[in-house]
Design a protein around this ligand. Structure first.
Ligand code: ADP
Length: 465
């Protein structure tokens, strides 16, 4: 086993009062943009308010979507930017910002290559809800993408000597005549002022802010959240204060498969269904195309009158999704030597569950789900014991709304002009996903637009030199 890499955040005593570029947030978008900017010759600093690095990115499990990649060709999958665009657009209720979507779908393959050039290889593929082909790239170890990506990006940040400060919360963006001049932050109750001409907002969404959810989506108050506690939409408020326009703030994604029988809500990655799991109701019967969009699957589970639903899968599927080892380790998985035994341990009707699984295996064999029209995630049946179930229900997962940007990641004002020197990437941005984010598109977004933000910040600073 290679030695586990442990990244050491910078000592607060070394924080300077002047940087060419300040990156707010240490999730995937912040790390990618800082690495890109550093490789172009800038000297960025990353400020992270939490003690822990990585934000919600560390919790992502499925993978990174991209089309027309060499990895896909290695798997004999011929894909197109156009199909990726169209499927994301359909999945987003055709409400996606098309300028962002076009850039996004046409730059995913480059982003996969860029990662590979940095030793971050995503050469296995899976599929997520709403996509018609395997375009969700993941490491061949099948490790959950988020933790893998953050730790690999941190190795690069370390190699490039990019300072990352934790426990530093940015509380204000300073601007003069719509041009960034600095930021204000707090660390250990001390106020810090940093001069800078460029800021990249990579501060994530607001899925953990009861206050903002109440403001924009009071109907979601009953849901738990899968988000880390720091996902409170700070960047959105900071940008709004200096005139940024906000878009789609009421578009909040509910993720269909979240284990929440304890105090904590654990997201059960879409790859479990992508690799073949089915969902059943309390009667042990299927009730939905499990790989329809998150919006549709969540709606179908909510219609079950509060019972939640159960993911059912076998050892063959478990072998394809390493995250299941973690779910099992923390006690979220029920096991049975046979389907009937699984029904027993789960509290489901054994005859019905057996029938459901047999019927499903027949659909897999013919590659035709005549009951709910599922057409993906049918590469393997449910026959190899032991068998497993996880009880799930929907929870708040992702905020599609946020700061308005153009494809150069420049933050926009209501009148369409930009705030000079202010860039944004990742979940803090609104518009790309329309009314429903497709699984695998958030990791793709942070790499594609994180790179873009680093590049555009460099270009901006060169011009104003
Ligand atoms: P993305 O996926 O867009 O990169 P993440 O949720 O992974 O977003 O990361 C965003 C990070 O930004 C989180 O680690 C979060 O704690 C951090 N953050 C949020 N608000 C602030 C703030 N005001 N100052 C510094 N860091 C912040």
């Amino acid at each position: 086993m290679p030695e586990k890499f442990i990244f050491k955040p910078s000592d607060l005593a070394t924080l300077k009062d002047n940087y060419d570029l300040v990156v707010i947030g240490s999730g995937g978008a912040g790390l990618t943009s800082a690495i890109q900017a550093r490789e172009l010759g800038l000297h960025p600093v990353i400020l992270e308010k939490m003690d822990k690095i990585g934000g919600n990115t560390t919790r992502a499990s499925s993978g990174m979507n991209a089309a027309e990649t060499t990895v896909q060709l290695d798997h004999q999958i011929v894909d197109s930017f156009q199909d990726f665009y169209q499927e994301t657009y359909n999945g987003g209720g055709k409400l996606n910002n098309v300028e962002l979507l076009k850039y996004f779908t046409e730059h995913g393959a480059l982003a996969i290559d860029w990662l590979a050039q940095h030793g971050i290889k995503l050469d296995d593929l899976t599929i997520t809800g709403g996509m018609k082909v395997m375009r969700t790239h993941r490491p061949s170890s099948l490790a959950p993408i988020g933790g893998f990506l953050v730790s690999e990006l941190l190795k690069q940040a370390d190699r490039l000597n990019i300072p990352v400060f934790t426990g530093v919360k940015v509380i204000k963006l300073e601007a003069d005549d719509d041009q960034i001049t600095g930021i204000q932050a707090v660390a250990n109750q001390h106020e810090i002022n940093i001069k800078t001409s460029a800021v990249i907002l990579a501060s994530g969404g607001f899925g953990a802010s009861a206050e903002l959810l109440k403001k924009y989506r009071p109907d979601l108050a009953k849901y738990k959240t899968t988000n880390q506690p720091g996902a409170t939409g700070d960047g959105i408020a900071l940008a709004e204060k200096i005139g940024a326009k906000l878009v789609d703030m009421d578009q909040v994604q509910i993720h269909p498969t979240v284990q929440q029988d304890t105090d904590h809500a654990y997201l059960i990655g879409e790859a479990v269904r992508g690799e073949g799991a089915i969902l059943v109701n309390r009667d042990g019967k299927r009730f939905v195309n499990e790989l329809d969009t998150r919006k549709k699957v969540s709606g179908a589970i909510d219609d079950l009158d509060g019972t939640g639903a159960w993911l059912i899968f076998d050892q063959g599927i478990r072998d394809r999704v390493k995250a299941v080892e973690f779910y099992d380790h923390i006690g979220l998985v029920k096991t049975g030597a046979s389907v009937a035994a699984l029904a027993e341990s789960t509290g489901l009707n054994a005859d019905n569950l057996k029938q459901t699984v047999e019927k499903w295996n027949g659909f897999v064999e013919k590659h035709n789900d005549s009951e709910f029209g599922r057409a993906t995630g049918m590469d393997r049946n449910i026959v190899k014991g032991p068998f497993f179930s996880i009880h799930i229900a929907p929870a708040v997962h992702y905020t599609m709304g946020g700061v308005g940007v153009n494809k150069e990641t420049q933050v926009l004002k209501d009148d369409g002009t930009t705030i000079k020197g202010l860039f944004a990437a990742g979940e803090v941005v609104g518009g790309l996903h329309g009314n429903n984010r497709i699984g695998g598109n958030s990791i793709a977004e942070i790499v594609v637009f994180g790179r873009q933000a680093g590049q555009q910040a460099f270009k901006y600073l060169k011009q104003t030199d």
